[in-house]
Design a protein around this ligand. Sequence first.
Ligand SMILES: Cc1cc2nc3c(=O)[nH]c(=O)nc-3n(C[C@H](O)[C@H](O)[C@H](O)COP(=O)(O)OP(=O)(O)OC[C@H]3O[C@@H](n4cnc5c(N)ncnc54)[C@H](O)[C@@H]3O)c2cc1C
Length: 495
Amino acid sequence: MLNNNTTVPTYDVVIAGTGVSGLYAALNVDPSLSILIVSKRELELSNSALAQGGIAAVLDRDKDSREKHIRDTLIAGGYKNKLEAVEVLVDEGPRDVRRLIELGVDFDRDSLGRLHMTLEGGHSINRIVHHKDTTGLEVVQKLAAHVKNKNNITVMENAAIMKMDKIDGGFCLGILKDGGLLNVCSRYAILATGGIGRVYKYTTNSKIATGDGIVLAHRLGAKVSGLSLIQFHPTAFAAREERERFLISESVRGEGAYLLNCRGERFMPSYDERGELAPRDVVSRCIMEESKRTGSEDFYLDITAQDPEFVKKRFPSIYSKCLAEGIDITKDRIPVFPCQHYLMGGIDVDTYSRTSVGRLYAVGECSRTGVHGNNRLASNSLLEALVFSRRAALDISERVRNEENTLRPRALFEMKKGKPLPTGIRSEVRSIVQSSFFVNPNFDAAKKGLARVCELDDMLEHTEFEYSLDLLEAKSLVKIAKLILTEVTDESFQL
Ligand SMILES: Cc1cc2nc3c(=O)[nH]c(=O)nc-3n(C[C@H](O)[C@H](O)[C@H](O)COP(=O)(O)OP(=O)(O)OC[C@H]3O[C@@H](n4cnc5c(N)ncnc54)[C@H](O)[C@@H]3O)c2cc1C
């Protein structure tokens, strides 16, 4: 039985996630409000911390323009983007990048002290600011240092939100922490829980990416859509045994690398006049076509024509990671193959990141602002995480100023000590999704896969299993797989 005589910890805002979107939201909420920010594992374990290429923004108005950035975003997204959201992104993004600089983020500069801007696929001009090839980690570390210094913000690591429900004036959340389930209440909640990559066998995503926030929102009745809008990055390091594949950033192609087939031939120009710098979905599909044509899955990225010293300085992390695999990228071709990378769909939000559930916001990769359309333009994701998390934070702050606090805190959840979770569920789901929809859909596999995933979902929902991180993630992955395969098997599905 729950003991509601005990005091439930209560905050104005709970933020689920310590990636760029969660951390930046926390820094933008009115400092007079109390905030709890939680991360499922260690604070720096996130997709944000893995981001290499950089952040796209119109910072040089002499050469670049909002119209160009908007056009590039729309072309990459197949004109399926929400124009209003794209305009907000492009118009407000430069301000947030400048704010990062004020917060101490050290973007690379040229010998004259000007920001170094690189090029990536789908961009018509160099507009991507970066910190070597470890931009995400730099941003996360700088934002985290500020968050930890704020008196109004409590940071909780290794704390996974497993349950969430509406109560009068806000939410009650059940957080798995130190083997127990902690009840916490808040007036507002921001989901910043990242992507879904771990529903695939091979992904560039970190192990937190199991779609928990999307599933929590879905259970609360929030509108969730576009789960089959998945981006497959064309150039992940082809270590086929590894689940988490190391990304060879698009900016390597931006700095002149060519894609080669198993015969060492450059093939992209014969498929698309933009060559290696076509948008990601195009390059990934061309690789799959070329694979069929040559009967081989061996593909390479070749940057050996570039000055070795430049390559080592510009891509220190990629250089050392490849070296550890026996590949010296200044001399050798890098084996690459497409793999799951990013989710364009998610929890539907408006341009203030409000979901369809009152007081619930979603930001970053778990949200669907509509800026990316059917395919995200490179380096627009961190920008989206910044712009729309700030807007969520400001909207909440404004609403709190203008309303009475009606929160009635109470504990809703208790720890369950049921059966242990059977092993193998997550691996099975990953195999199903990988074989049903990887770059191109396999409709037969998707139909069979959906039937099996529905069985697993039913079993997980109706059996009393002991609460654990494993259970939370297995349930999330099964539900995410169900949402993806439901869309893929729908008659209206098209790429
Ligand atoms: C290898 C790689 C390279 C990339 N490079 C770029 C790039 O150069 N430029 C660009 O714009 N984008 C890039 N992206 C995409 C971009 O990094 C992500 O889309 C973005 O960082 C997502 O940020 P986020 O804050 O939404 O989520 P994340 O950074 O993934 O953070 C999610 C947070 O939610 C927490 N969480 C999850 N579930 C729970 C739960 N149940 N309870 C509590 N906490 C939870 C996690 O612990 C984590 O703290 C890259 C992605 C990858 C994987």
